[in-house]
Write a protein that binds this ligand. Structure first.
Ligand SMILES: Nc1ncnc2c1ncn2[C@@H]1O[C@H](COP(=O)(O)OP(=O)(O)OP(=O)(O)O)[C@@H](O)[C@H]1O
Ligand SMILES: [Mg+2]
Length: 473
């Protein structure tokens, strides 16, 4: 009986050791796993940067630096990973020892109780299985705790403020909305990017008549793009409302709103596919219509050199990097004209297109979108100078709103000042360039190998050649 009690106390001690070893392992493995995932993200981000900027890295001869920094990130990750597996080995070794003690004690107990051979074998095998299962139990408990970290993150994302619903069944606009006889009215619009930040647009009120073409100008940061985004409810206003063709846009679903209004932004995104799939992703228009719009937007004449066969132009493969900035803007404009909505917003949509082509595009906009409200944000005043009215924003407020003629005749007006500045910038630039060119030394003939000298020589050569050209030599 005494031996039976000694066995029981031995088993208790082993069980206590089992319980004693688990918590430190769980804590250590959880923290190491966390550190591992934290250190893995910079390694991936670094690799991504490396791939994107490979050309620049090679151009500046920085391969070694980037390679070393990538190795450092991988080393850091590996150090945590290595420690994690060491901690696993730590636990395995201890649990294996404890498992052996359990098997030994069970064997001794079976022999002492004089149980039959078959039963002894079962006891020994089951003791081994118990030892392995208890180790797995601790490992799974640690893993479970780690997985709950992910649940924590999912819950965090569930709490993120959501956009308004895509469709509000009770408030769907009619199919013809916005019609070409509807006004766009902005009443006391105030917009903030965050509750703690100051308002970017303050009490803006104006009204746009049906089919009016409005130019929006203002200094950098005056809130032009914010106004465009508010019209699409990309940012929800903190005060005021926008009424398009009689419907307050805050009462309808976002999908209904964004499908009926077109925005052409400065940074045009293209899908990987063909020119056609970019112009008309839903295939709602015929190839003939697409070709016609491309012609009107001068897109075919610009990129025809890439594809000799004009008919094959629609099937020309394109992706984000295969067209120039200006060509991408032309694709976006064609896309906007093809959609044929009655409200179109263009945020610096022709900023990368040359002045002559911009003029032609403006002509096309007037012809093609004659019945639509067009709001064009532009830095180049020439783009919007013949629009119906010009809205001048200054620090989130309306500084002026009127026809270009009215604004240009207004003494001390902001638009008049901007026009004068832009005119003098052009002429000033020219004069300055001439004066610099006039004082330049003749083309040097000795070339130094140092980078600084080479740069100077190249600059001088270019300026020298332009002087010669200007002088008609
Ligand atoms: N995501 C944002 N979070 C916080 N503030 C922002 C954000 N985007 C813009 N702003 C701020 O809002 C103000 C207006 O920005 P907005 O982009 O509308 O100017 P803009 O008139 O379009 O300028 P630009 O002529 O340079 O395009 C700026 O002061 C800007 O710093
Ligand atoms: Mg902007």
């Amino acid at each position: 009986m005494a031996r039976y009690y000694s066995h029981r106390s031995n088993l208790k001690q082993v069980a206590w050791l089992y319980i004693r070893l688990a918590p430190p392992y769980i804590r250590a493995s959880r923290d190491l796993r966390r550190l591992e995932s934290i250190s893995l993200s910079p390694a991936f981000a670094g690799f991504d940067e490396l791939l994107r900027g490979l050309a620049h890295i090679r151009a500046f001869g920085m391969e070694k630096r980037y390679q070393n920094s990538f190795y450092a990130k991988v080393d850091k990750f590996q150090s945590f990973d290595h420690c994690y597996w060491l901690v696993n080995c730590w636990l395995r070794w201890r649990y294996d020892c404890l498992g052996s003690v359990i098997v030994l004690l069970s064997t001794l107990f079976a022999l002492w109780m004089k149980v039959r051979d078959g039963s002894t074998a079962i006891v020994i095998v089951q003791a081994g299985v118990f030892a392995e299962a208890s180790r797995q139990l601790v490992r799974v408990a640690a893993q479970l705790e780690l997985d709950f970290n992910s649940v924590e993150r999912v819950i965090e994302y569930l709490d993120i403020p959501q956009e308004a619903p895509a469709i509000i069944e009770d408030h769907r606009p009619p199919a013809f909305w916005p019609s070409n006889s509807g006004k766009l009215v902005v009443e006391n619009l105030s917009v903030k990017y965050a509750p703690a930040l100051p308002a970017v647009l303050r009490n803006l009120s104006f009204s746009i008549e049906p089919s009016e073409k409005i130019g929006v100008v203002g200094r950098t940061g005056s809130g032009k793009s914010t106004l465009a985004m508010s019209l699409l409810r990309i940012i929800e206003p903190v005060g005021g409302r926008i009424i398009i063709d009689g419907i307050d846009i805050s009462t309808i679903g976002l999908e209904d709103l964004r499908k009926r209004i077109t925005i052409v932004s400065q940074d045009v995104s293209l899908f990987s596919g063909t020119l056609r799939s970019n112009l008309d992703p839903m295939e709602e228009h015929s190839p003939e219509e697409c070709t016609e719009v491309m012609k009107r937007c001068h897109l075919d004449s610009v990129i025809v050199h890439k594809e000799n066969d004009r008919n094959a132009l629609l099937n020309m493969p394109v992706n984000q990097g295969s067209l120039s900035g200006g060509e991408r803007q032309l694709v976006a404009l064609s896309r906007a004209i093809l959609r044929g909505t009655n409200v179109i917003i263009m945020d610096e949509a022709t900023s990368q297109i040359d002045a002559q082509l911009d003029e032609n595009i403006q002509k096309t906009i007037r012809e093609e979108l004659g019945g639509a409200i067009v709001i064009t944000i532009a830095h180049r005043l020439k783009t919007i100078i013949d629009y119906d009215r010009i809205l001048v924003l200054d620090d989130g407020e309306i500084a002026e709103f009127g026809t270009p003629k009215e604004l240009l005749n207004k003494d001390g007006g902001v638009f008049k000042e901007m026009k004068t500045e832009s005119d003098s910038d052009f002429s000033g630039e020219d004069d300055e360039t001439h004066s610099v060119i006039g004082t330049l030394p003749p083309l040097p003939i000795t070339f130094s190998t140092s980078l600084a000298t080479t740069t100077n020589v190249l600059t001088s050569s270019i300026l020298y050649l332009s002087t010669e050209t200007r002088n008609g030599k």
